[in-house]
Design a protein around this ligand. Structure first.
Ligand code: AMP
Length: 197
């Protein structure tokens, strides 16, 4: 059993790598961004609240994403493990995730942090915006805002997981295949005691 947090700023490649890793290790891929976009598409009350916040490049309330993740954990009690993508994004979310996982007799095995320079992130997001149809990817000032919020609210999670002995840094530049290989090499080297719950 293995539970991974795939971490990094917007545009670091979390979604792309999460798709490969979840398949390779038979993990349930939980992307709060994807879940929120599904809620918006279905025009649910959660989607209606989240829509404008996401368009501005800000974070939705912690309680909203924590409840969504709890629901997914509840629905998959026998999962081999989970791959969290875009969650947690704040320290309270990380604390809530730890508490939720304890409830299921699980724990985070590792936080895999994809490191990419800011200029490259902006270029990747602007490029993604031409094909993804995502409003929050096509506007330079919204992208800047997302990176700024990442630095303020999300980057502190590096210390959180480092203090827990679970922080692993990965070079997030290169080809998709190169980055996948780096991630797999790291996952395969994780000590057994961190993979057992
Ligand atoms: P993403 O697809 O991960 O880039 O997420 C798109 C947007 O959804 C973010 O810019 C936030 O507005 C919102 N979002 C996704 N995950 C979270 C989270 N864990 N906490 C707060 N907001 C989130």
């Amino acid at each position: 059993m293995i539970n991974l947090v795939l971490f990094g700023p917007p545009g670091a490649g979390k979604g792309t790598q999460a798709a490969f890793l979840s398949r390779a290790y038979k993990l349930i891929h939980l992307s709060t961004g994807d879940i929120l976009r599904e809620e918006i598409a279905a025009d649910t009350p959660i989607g209606q609240t989240a829509k404008d916040i996401i368009c501005r490049g800000e974070l939705v309330p912690d309680s909203m994403v924590i409840d969504l993740i709890q629901e997914k954990l509840d629905k998959n009690p026998r999962a081999n493990g989970f791959l969290f993508d875009g969650f947690p994004r704040t320290v309270p979310q990380a604390e809530a995730l730890d508490t939720l996982l304890i409830h299921y007799g699980r724990s985070v095995s590792a936080m895999l942090s994809l490191e990419v320079e800011k200029e490259e992130l902006i270029a990747r997001l602007m490029n993604r915006g031409t094909t993804s149809g995502r409003d929050d990817d096509s506007n330079h000032s919204i992208i800047e805002n997302r990176i700024e919020i990442y630095n303020q609210k999300t980057a502190p999670l590096i210390s959180y997981y480092r203090n827990a002995g679970k922080y692993e840094s990965i070079n997030g530049t290169g080809t998709i295949e190169e980055i996948t290989s780096r991630l797999k090499a790291l996952i395969e080297k994780l000590p057994q005691d961190r993979k057992s719950r």
